[in-house]
Every structure is written in C-alpha cells, then in structure tokens.
Design a protein around this ligand. Structure first.
Ligand code: ZN
Length: 146
C-alpha cells in the first residue's frame, strides 16, 4: 500500500455536512458524486495531499444507512492507495484476511475499490483503491509508474 488516499465519514445529510466541513476546512468540496450501486451520495474535500470523503445514504438499504443506524455518524473507513488492486486482494487473502470484495468494483472518484472486513482489522473498515487508468489501451506495466 502506498499512502492513505482518503478517509470516509458517514453523515446523515450531505448538504448539511458539506456546509459544516466547508467551514471546518476553509475550502469547498471539489466534487460530488452519487454511486447508485452503493446507495450513496459522496462529496470530496482536498486537504493538502489527503482527501476526505463524506458519504450519505440515498436509500435505507445502503451500507451507510446501516452503519449510521448502528453506530451513528462518524469515521466510516480509511482508504489506501494501491498500484494493483487485484494483486493486493490476492496478497491479503493469502495472509488470511477476510475481504468483503474479492473482486474490485467501481467506486467514486474514478477508482476501483475493494473493502476488507473490519473484523479482520480490529474494527477498521479498510478500503483499497486503485486509480482507474485514463487510457485503458496502455499495455500492462507501461506508463503506470511515472
Ligand atoms: Zn472511500
């Protein structure tokens, strides 16, 4: 894993939370995005090299709705950037960790993502994320490491 890519915070009301964090950070979120498959609306803030992702449920079946029901608003996950998400999933499974997603899936912010089960990591939901290549035509292994 390369670095912390972002920290995800579960919130009830994305508009209210945007206003709160606009004030906290002194800067506005730079994008919002709805991930239909996950039932979440998200917004992203950039703080130096780091990002904060706010997540609100768009329906009651959303994992964010369930999280807030159980634990209330607050830090939901920590996302780590990886170069090769499939290789990281395989490595972690090999180490005996339980993955929620054994195949990468489409996440917000142009990422492929996979979550590790929080029971595997002392209660922290870990997200792996790999930047999707802007040009999928690039041969594997070239241009990926500049
Ligand atoms: Zn995330």
């Amino acid at each position: 894993m390369k670095k912390i890519e972002h920290i995800g915070i579960a919130v009830k009301d994305i508009e209210a939370a945007n206003a709160t964090y606009n004030a906290v950070f002194g800067s506005k979120h730079y994008k919002t995005e709805t991930v239909k498959s996950e039932g979440v609306s998200t917004s992203f803030f950039k703080i130096g090299e780091s990002k904060i992702e706010l997540l609100a449920a768009t329906n009651s079946e959303s994992p964010i709705a369930k999280f807030i029901d159980k634990r209330g608003e607050g830090i939901h996950h920590i996302a780590f950037a990886v170069d090769d998400i499939k290789a990281e999933i395989a490595r972690l499974e090999n180490e005996g960790f339980k993955l929620i997603n054994t195949e990468p899936k489409e996440g917000a912010d142009n990422k492929l993502v996979a979550f590790m089960h929080p029971k595997s990591s002392h209660g922290v939901l870990v997200e792996l994320c790999q930047e999707k290549s802007p040009s999928p035509a690039l041969p594997k292994g070239e241009g990926a490491r500049n």
